[in-house]
Write a protein that binds this ligand. Sequence first.
Ligand code: HEC
Length: 137
Amino acid sequence: MRLSFSTVILTALVFFGLTASAVPPGTDDEISARLAPHGNLSRVVATAMPSEALVKAPLSGEEVYGQYCSVCHANGVGGAPLFADTDAWAPRAAKGMEVLMASTLNGIGAMPAKGTCMSCSDDELAGAVTYILDAAR
Ligand code: HEC
């Protein structure tokens, strides 16, 4: 029997193509098994590099006030009610914590959102509001 030239070439290409791309069975499983003693890779990375937010200790109300809020509230900038000014704060305090927190988070009048502490958590801002209200009792 005589094979045509093209049939030989085609057969050779198919044969080598298959063997070259074939992956030995079980390879993925073997890699997984070798890595298993070291644990899940994403879990190792998460443990080794905790985000800054998880490591950073929260600021106290006094610290947030001193670093961010006092810029305006210590001097009345833009009409900000003065720190420890009982008369200025009484009508504000009467609004209740929920309303004051909404003002603090969203901003009110000349006061920008979060009182300029964009990195502050809601809890840190609530601590600062409580600190301000306590000083104005
Ligand atoms: C850029 C100046 C500025 C900074 C910084 C600032 N405030 Fe104010 N704040 C104001 C002004 C002005 C008002 C009065 C706004 C008004 O009633 O029109 C105000 C009002 C408030 C009120 C009363 C809101 C209400 O509903 O009556 C709270 C509470 C308050 N500030 C908390 C904070 C806290 C907490 C910080 C710091 C995280 C802060 N502020 C930082 C300017 C500032």
